[in-house]
Design a protein around this ligand. Structure first.
Ligand SMILES: Cc1cc2nc3c(=O)[nH]c(=O)nc-3n(C[C@H](O)[C@H](O)[C@H](O)COP(=O)(O)O)c2cc1C
Length: 447
């Protein structure tokens, strides 16, 4: 079978995309508190035959920078995050083919809640739901859930693993043919085919069964974006789509090979698990127009403090202690492996020692993923190179501004990818697993 790209639209239910200046772009729609805004974007991606629209999430305002949310609020550094279940519900009603994914944290929710939410979404969407499994990132989130500090990295993954065991047991707690619906005899469902799960582990105790019958996809699709060794192992065992954030093609190719090996070692078919780097495209009618647009994104609309507020949050480190022109020191990189990795990457990119301002600029411009800038043909060339040289199986495409970035991509780049046979013309099946070409999992509760 011809190998084709998987494309996922990377969305945020809030005032900014991953690019923190997005709300200031002149043509950006500021309707992020309306359902029309989200349904318009989802329909646009569906017209472009995207596999899925997926929403990230954070359970707190950025509050690590200066130990306050002041600057995040003032500069719009992602202070708004809507509840995703409601947003997905609206999108499901307005679309018929595209997959719909949302992020839920295994650190701050419970398995029964998450299993029920996604099983419901899978039924109501006719088999299009996906869950992005995250373990969350920082103390600001912990402090909204009765804790002072965030759980340690390995403990988070131990908990996540047990969380998935409990959730999948709940999703399988109804056998596929448990519903009888016989009005005549009065038998609604066969109790022999609906099972308690009796999960008792280190973190959770869940009796079950789930209050939702088995879903069209059997189990909603699983997304995951772990980049550490533990994260990659976890993704290898559980994920159907794996999001990555690598700075360039050689690193991405290594990551791709490593992740596929881990999938095989976990006893799964590497071809059935999609590795998708986060990327974004700046498309123009000419190369000059695209580059001028990129310059606007890079230079004009990002406030460095907004960037540092977001960086502090993701690295759990307070950059307000430093001036923008302070060099990145040993002491800073020793505090956080995240800062070390980031500073090394930026140093390599710039070819000189880096300052806090450089880190802010890096965060603002999304250098952690590839940026494809140019005419539709040029953008397609770059995407093709990543895809055909096994840097990826497709992309999770972020937007510089909304809805424009996705409208332009669908109008200008998708037809070129289709013409080259890299991307399909339409969805062949009805479920998200059909779009991805992955099998519906058999239930585990019978017998
Ligand atoms: C494309 C992409 C989307 C992500 N979305 C979220 C998100 O919505 N919420 C979150 O807490 N973390 C998110 N993450 C972070 C990852 O879940 C993960 O914590 C991070 O890649 C670090 O890997 P590790 O957990 O293996 O250390 C995302 C990462 C990527 C690359």
């Amino acid at each position: 079978m011809t190998r084709r790209m998987t494309l996922v639209g990377f969305m945020q239910a809030g005032n900014v995309t991953v690019y923190s200046g997005s709300w200031r772009y002149p043509s950006a729609d500021l309707g992020f508190l309306t359902m029309d805004y989200y349904t318009h974007i989802a329909r646009t991606l569906e017209q472009g035959a995207f596999d899925c629209v997926f929403f990230d999430d954070r359970l707190a305002m950025p509050g690590v920078y200066g130990n306050s949310v002041t600057d995040a609020v003032r500069y719009g550094a992602r202070p708004v995050k809507l509840d995703l279940t409601a947003v997905l519900g609206g999108i499901i009603g307005a679309t018929s083919r595209i997959g719909v994914g949302a992020t839920y944290s295994t650190t701050y929710y419970d398995p029964f809640h998450v299993a029920r939410t996604f099983a419901t979404l899978d039924h109501l969407s006719g088999g299009r739901a996906a869950w992005n499994v995250v373990t969350s990132v920082n103390d600001s989130e912990a402090q909204n859930f009765g804790l002072q500090t965030h759980l340690g990295h390995d403990a988070r993954y131990d908990r996540a693993h047990e969380f998935l065991q409990a959730v999948t047991a709940l999703w399988d707690s109804w056998e596929d043919d448990a519903l009888v619906l016989d009005r005549e005899s009065g038998v609604f469902a066969d109790p022999a085919k609906v099972h308690e799960v009796d999960h008792k582990g280190e973190y959770f105790s869940v009796r079950g069964p789930l209050t939702v019958p088995r879903t069209p996809q059997g189990r909603p699709a699983i997304l995951q974006a772990g980049s550490s060794g533990r994260g990659r192992e976890f993704a290898a065992e559980w994920a159907d789509m794996i999001f990555t954030a690598d700075p360039g093609l050689p690193v991405a190719q290594k990551h791709y090979a490593d992740q596929k090996e881990r999938v095989a070692a976990a006893g799964r078919d590497p071809g059935s698990v999609k590795v998708l780097p986060m990327a974004y495209a700046v498309v123009g009618e000419t190369q000059t127009i695209a580059e001028e647009k990129e310059r606007l994104f890079l230079d004009a609309y990002v406030h460095p403090v907004a960037s540092l507020a977001l960086l502090s949050e993701v690295l759990n480190y307070d950059f307000a202690k430093h001036d923008l022109d302070d060099p990145v020191t040993e002491e800073m990189t020793a505090t956080s492996s995240g800062i070390r990795g980031l500073a090394d990457g930026v140093r390599q990119h710039l070819g000189r020692e880096v300052t806090v301002r450089d880190l802010a600029a890096h965060r603002a411009t999304l250098l952690q993923g590839p940026r494809f800038v140019g005419t539709p043909e040029r953008v397609a060339d770059l995407m093709e190179e990543w895809f055909t040289t096994r840097g990826c199986d497709g992309f999770v495409l972020a937007a510089t501004h909304l809805p424009g970035a996705f409208e332009e991509f669908v109008r200008m780049v998708v037809p070129v990818l289709q013409e080259r046979g890299l991307f399909r013309h339409g969805n062949t099946g009805t479920t998200l697993r059909d779009h991805l070409g992955v099998a519906r999992p058999a239930g585990s509760a019978a017998g």
